[in-house]
Design a protein around this ligand. Structure first.
Ligand SMILES: Nc1ncnc2c1ncn2[C@@H]1O[C@H](COP(=O)(O)OP(=O)(O)OP(=O)(O)O)[C@@H](O)[C@H]1O
Length: 235
């Protein structure tokens, strides 16, 4: 199986804080990989490195065979990113923003279709700063998908969404995966990991403590119980 994301021996400190301590994992092509771990485990730091936004102190990251920190614009266009806080410009209206982003890509998704599928229609003409947290999440997800990227990093994509919106997002992510994209999704939801993930990576204290399918990681105890056992001592 082709490994689209390879993280090997990643180390990173913020002053005295060790954020990543020899972290290694892979995400396979055309699969959804869910990254689970307690607050402060190092998920965001690691995902920012895979996105090319942060340079590790040591270790290597490869995305589509390239070092994301040194990658050119052509590589970056193949990678979609949904940041935890959205990172959206407050004064822009969602449809205008998505149309603008679509124009930057060679083979963009259909903006009207994305807007309809993620239930953005109702607020497509309202400035981002006036939107609720869940509405902004949906726009941020659409922005990550509009360029039809081959690899997509999503930091807690359904946090704060109501059940209908969450279901819509899961269906859309399934479809994007079925079209061949590789997705890496960080989440605090066992239900989300069980529903979506072909593979689960559990991180704690900057290291991977389990990696495999939901069944392989959860075993007979189940994912939730196994997670608590693996991460108990970090609380
Ligand atoms: N810019 C920064 N400066 C200093 N310390 C940081 C910075 N970013 C993260 N840290 C620290 O690094 C560690 C890992 O943080 P990170 O945000 O990567 O964890 P996380 O697993 O994404 O957490 P969460 O689930 O809360 O999003 C934490 O101890 C955090 O306080």
């Amino acid at each position: 199986m082709t490994e689209t994301v390879v993280v090997a021996g990643l180390r990173h400190r913020y002053g005295d804080v060790v954020a990543l301590d020899d972290m290694s994992w892979t995400a396979e092509a055309g699969r959804i990989t869910a990254v689970l771990g307690p607050n402060g485990a190092g998920k965001t730091t690691m995902i920012e490195m895979a996105e090319g936004l942060r340079c590790p102190d040591a270790g290597t990251v490869r995305v589509l065979g390239r070092d994301p920190w040194r990658a050119d614009a052509e590589h970056r266009a193949r990678v979609g990113v949904m940041l935890q806080d959205g990172g959206l410009p407050g004064g822009t209206k969602p449809r205008r923003l998505l149309t603008h982003l679509a124009a930057m890509h060679r083979r963009p998704a259909d903006v009207d279709d994305l807007v309809a599928r993620l239930g953005i229609d109702a607020f497509a003409g309202t400035a981002v700063r006036r939107l609720s947290g869940g509405q902004r999440q949906r726009v941020a997800l659409a922005a990550a998908l509009v360029g039809r990227p081959e690899v997509i990093f999503l930091d807690e994509p359904t946090a704060g969404l109501d059940p209908h919106a969450r279901r819509d997002v899961w269906r859309l992510l399934d479809e994007v995966r079925d079209l061949g994209a590789t997705l890496v999704v960080s989440t605090h939801s066992f239900g989300e990991a069980e529903r979506l993930a072909d593979k689960v990576v559990v991180v704690a204290r900057g290291r991977v403590v389990a990696e495999g399918t939901v069944d392989e990681v959860g075993g007979s105890a189940g994912l939730e119980q196994t997670y608590f056992t693996l991460t108990e001592d970090v609380r």
